[in-house]
Design a binder for this molecule. Structure first.
Ligand code: BYC
Ligand code: FE
Ligand code: FE
Length: 472
């Protein structure tokens, strides 16, 4: 990456020093951000030294420097991926024309809305995760939580940069509002459903970083195709950070499954809960819950918003260049819809089905980790396989919102659904069990909570028992 100025107040590679007005506006937003971080960021860990990847200097390791840092002193900055020379619009009605370096007036509202929606998820996730430090299974995991948190904070900076640079006064107002909404607050909630759901423990944290951060990956891939080049460049850089978040989720679930499998082999006829680990059916329920909530984040199956975003070049498909045809006109997408109480196959104009096209890619990608969890179980000789539920199951957005559908995807009566709900989704008793299991944090280097296996390796060549967080 080129020309990183890291010794400024706001590290950046966008020549901020040359745009005094913008620099001043962002420097004014910075203290509000820090106030928000202190109030809503990780509770109880603002003064500890954390071994984080951060931009602290412009030496050879560049921005990917690992060192101890206190979170409020983390160098949140503005980084865009390098421009693609002569980039042209890759899809929609203006295919082949030059991309935009400024916001076209007719697309201003829609673009601002997309950027605000994206930006809103970032602080929301930090708010959702703010108490998890108090119940961490190890210092290794604690450090990973904080790495995810500071990077989500940086993603907020990325969107705020766009709002301040390209949307004038209303952009600045939106940037303020991003610090005012609160996850789960009934009066001023975060914009999207999943980002208001409570995240009470580490099983939910790993499920969230596996499933919900993966929605982030696909939404960012779609925005990386945008004709608005600054949005494309900023989301391309965010994607490099997203990979770590999903790694934390995938390996976290894998380590829980590994530990449970170990106990099941030692005590084949006992309930694993008797031995202080999470039984596989409960893990499956949390998977069902966070997966269905994350599917909602793609929006309705049939969406005129999505058609408009695609037609006008604002938001494309993930990896648009892998498609042969980029107008998506005169093309159709076959999907199951509900008609007179029955599932019927219907052809939907492709542009209106773009949310579903993106969801397809997400579903396929989500399966890959599940296959790994299942491979571990097979190799351990355990007769259990995880299964992603039908994409119609437990939906609150789109064609199947509130429709009683089984995990296999069949329509049920409400009574039949109610009767089986507790077998499919976490119950209060499940929550209580996991709460109890995770009530004691583990703050000793190298030690792991009983319910999770150690990671295969540490971070940046450090051993697993490295002091990733200095507790004193
Ligand atoms: N909850 O036409 P429709 C991440 C609303 S995650 C509540 O079907 P559209 C991250 C919708 O706004 C990635 N409301 O949807 C992960 C619309 O409202 P209006 C975040 C919802 O517009 C982990 C109405 O329902 N990025 O980065 O095609 C940690 C009908 O909507 C929901 C983005 O989302 C919901 N789940 O698509 C940290 C990218 N879904 O018009 C970070 C930007 C829909 O009736 N956003 N609605 O008032 C978008 O591209 C689109 O807004 C959506 C919705 C894909 C979300
Ligand atoms: Fe993010
Ligand atoms: Fe993320």
């Amino acid at each position: 990456m080129s020309n990183i100025a890291t010794n400024e107040k706001i590290p950046n590679n966008v020549n901020l020093a040359e745009d005094r007005r913008l620099q001043r506006a962002l420097e004014q937003w910075q203290p509000s951000f820090l106030d928000w971080w202190r109030e809503m960021g990780p509770e109880g860990f603002q003064l500890q030294d954390i071994f984080l990847r951060t931009a602290i200097s412009a030496d050879t390791d560049g921005w990917a420097h690992f060192d101890y840092v206190r979170m409020p002193e983390y160098r949140w900055g503005i980084f865009l991926a390098d421009p693609v020379p002569n980039r042209t619009i890759g899809f929609g009605d203006d295919y082949g024309k030059p991309v935009w370096q400024e916001v076209p007036g007719e697309h201003r509202n829609a673009l601002r809305r997309l950027i605000v929606t994206q930006g809103d998820t970032e602080p929301a996730s930090v708010e959702q995760q703010r108490f998890l430090g108090k119940t961490c299974p190890s210092l290794y995991d604690l450090r990973n939580l904080f790495q995810v948190n500071v990077e989500e904070g940086r993603h907020l900076w990325a969107m705020v940069y766009l709002l301040h640079s390209y949307f004038g006064r209303d952009g600045r107002e939106e940037a303020e509002a991003l610090l005012q909404r609160r996850s789960g607050n009934p009066d001023n909630p975060r914009i999207l459903g999943a980002f208001n759901a409570p995240m009470q423990h580490w099983l939910s944290f790993y499920m969230f970083t596996y499933f919900t951060d993966r929605d982030g990956k696909y939404q960012l891939l779609a925005l990386a195709e945008s004709s608005f080049d600054p949005l494309s460049r900023t989301t391309r850089f965010m994607l490099t950070e997203e990979a770590h978040h999903m790694f934390v989720g995938e390996t976290g679930i894998l380590r829980i499954v590994e530990r449970t499998a170990e106990i099941m082999k030692q005590h084949p006829s006992d309930d694993p809960r008797r031995h202080g680990v999470i039984d596989l059916p409960t893990i499956q329920k949390y998977m069902n819950y966070w997966y269905s909530l994350s599917l909602d984040l793609f929006g309705g199956e049939v969406s005129s918003n999505a058609a408009h975003y695609f037609a006008s070049g604002l938001k494309g498909r993930a990896h648009e260049d892998r498609f042969e045809e980029h107008s998506a006109l005169d093309a159709y997408y076959a999907m199951d819809v509900l008609e007179d109480g029955k599932l019927t196959r219907e052809e939907v104009a492709l542009r209106n089905a773009m949310n579903e096209v993106l969801r397809d890619a997400y579903v396929e990608d989500s399966q890959r980790g599940v296959d790994k969890f299942n491979k571990l179980l097979t190799e351990a000789g355990i007769d259990f396989q995880f299964k992603l539920p039908s994409r119609r199951f437990n939906r609150q957005v789109g064609l199947f919102a509130g429709v009683p559908v089984s995990v296999e995807g069949e329509l049920l009566t409400q009574a039949a659904w109610d009767a089986r709900r507790d077998a499919w989704l976490p119950t209060e008793a499940d929550e209580a069990y996991i709460h109890h299991l995770m009530s004691q944090p583990v703050y000793e280097p190298g030690k792991m909570a009983h319910w999770i296996a150690p990671p295969k390796r540490g971070i940046k060549g450090r051993p697993v028992d490295f002091e990733y967080v200095r507790m004193d």
